[in-house]
Design a protein around this ligand. Structure first.
Ligand code: ADP
Ligand code: MG
Length: 377
């Protein structure tokens, strides 16, 4: 059905020295919700547009349902696309906008009516089928655009930042609706976003891209727990993972992470990984997420080996918890504390760095020690 395969795909735009999409190689299984995520300009839309047939492939092959489609025109690819700017026809009613694609494909009239009414019900837009886009709010327009894609009953849905024009509350609501639609329809989706929260909450698998290149492909929790490199580690998660440069040294068969200010014991559970790392241990980066930098007294008691001293710079109350920004020399640690923590800016505090949850990266390549086993050349 709706499987997609990218076989070493490249895109060179005219006049650009570097490829905008660089060796994109990936199989998408039928029924997957695949999210492409990465900063602006990393090549997400270009990848999606090549799949849609809106942009030529410079090199490599793309298959939908096993069929080679590089030269198949967009309308014959059995896909439907939803864009950020809705792209509705202002002079047509909602019904006409939703029906247009089916009319062009010569679908019978009663069938069109059936499909539009079914999609309208799913999206709760039945009551404004006779309105024009100009009479609708942004959120309603985006549901119409979704509806127009739904009625096509395609093998693959393609969505390019469809929620970007919606306000925060509507974005969350529509995000949940799209996820629900996917679990009802089980149609393959390829969804582009720069928003890591959208990626984490919607994707069954996430592709993190940077500068045209795939950095990592994994299910959301795996990506969060096991980032292959510093780019992925820093991109996924807010506030972002703390990165502390330093060295790993060994004394009497115990490893320590050390820099000018800090010396923290590395637990035995990590020794095998460190011993196997193909990295200069004098130049490493310790990565630790804010939820594993703790200020609470239970943590200080439980993990005496992993205490550091730092001065609190600022606090960010989020309501459900408070983030403390603390400095130890030049190093900044963001720590997730309880909402009502008494710690204030200017305080000197003890923090626990949960070394059992630490990541180690090669400071030159950014590659995680854990990922060095499957390093590709
Ligand atoms: N039509 C175009 N002509 C030339 N360069 C383009 C064109 N479209 C996009 N690019 C370039 O390709 C790169 C990737 O763009 P894009 O795929 O739109 O990124 P994203 O969707 O991740 O923000 C960017 O450097 C962008 O400037
Ligand atoms: Mg884009």
């Amino acid at each position: 059905m709706g499987s997609v395969a990218f076989n070493h795909v490249y895109k060179y735009y005219k006049g650009e020295a570097n490829p905008s999409v660089n060796d994109f190689h990936l199989d998408v299984a039928d029924g997957e919700f695949l999210v492409l995520v990465g900063p602006s300009g990393c090549g997400k839309s270009t990848t999606l547009r090549m799949l849609a047939g809106l942009e030529e492939v410079s090199q490599g092959d793309i298959y939908i349902d096993g069929k080679f489609i590089n030269y198949v025109s967009p309308k014959n690819r059995d896909i439907a696309m939803v864009f950020q700017n809705y792209a509705l026809y202002p002079n047509m009613t909602v019904f006409e906008n939703m029906a247009l694609g089916l009319q062009l494909h010569k679908v019978a009239k009663h069938e069109i009516e059936q499909r539009v009414s079914r999609a309208a019900k799913m999206l709760e837009i039945s009551h404004f089928l006779t309105k024009r886009p100009g009479q609708l709010s942004g959120g309603q327009k985006q549901r119409v655009a979704l509806g127009r894609a739904l009625v096509r009953e395609p093998q693959v849905f393609l969505m390019d930042e469809p929620l970007s024009n919606l306000d925060a509350k509507l974005r969350t609501q529509t995000r949940v609706e799209i996820s629900k639609l996917h679990s009802e329809l089980r149609t393959t989706m390829v969804y582009v976003t720069h928003d890591q929260t959208e990626a984490m909450t919607m994707g069954t698998r996430i592709v993190v891209m940077e500068k045209g290149k795939i950095q990592q492909v994994a299910p959301p929790q795996h990506l969060y727990d096991h980032p292959n490199n510093m780019f992925v580690a820093g991109f996924i998660g807010t506030p972002q993972m703390n990165f502390i440069p330093g060295a790993i040294v060994s004394e009497h068969n115990v490893f320590y992470f050390e820099n000018r200010r800090l010396k923290i014991r590395v637990p035995e559970s990590r020794c095998a990984q460190i011993a196997a790392a193909r990295t200069n241990l004098r130049q490493v980066v310790l990565g630790i997420r804010p939820e594993y930098v703790l200020s609470e007294s239970w943590a200080l008691e439980q993990y005496p080996d992993w205490r550091i001293t730092a001065i609190v710079d600022s606090r960010e109350p989020m309501g459900s918890n408070t983030f403390l920004h603390a400095k130890s020399g030049d190093d900044t640690f963001i720590s997730r504390a309880e909402a009502h923590t008494p710690i204030q800016p200017g305080d000197t505090v003890s923090l626990v760095v949960r070394m059992d949850r630490a990541h180690f990266f090669d400071s030159e390549s950014g590659v995680s020690f854990a990922a060095q086993g499957d390093l590709r050349s």
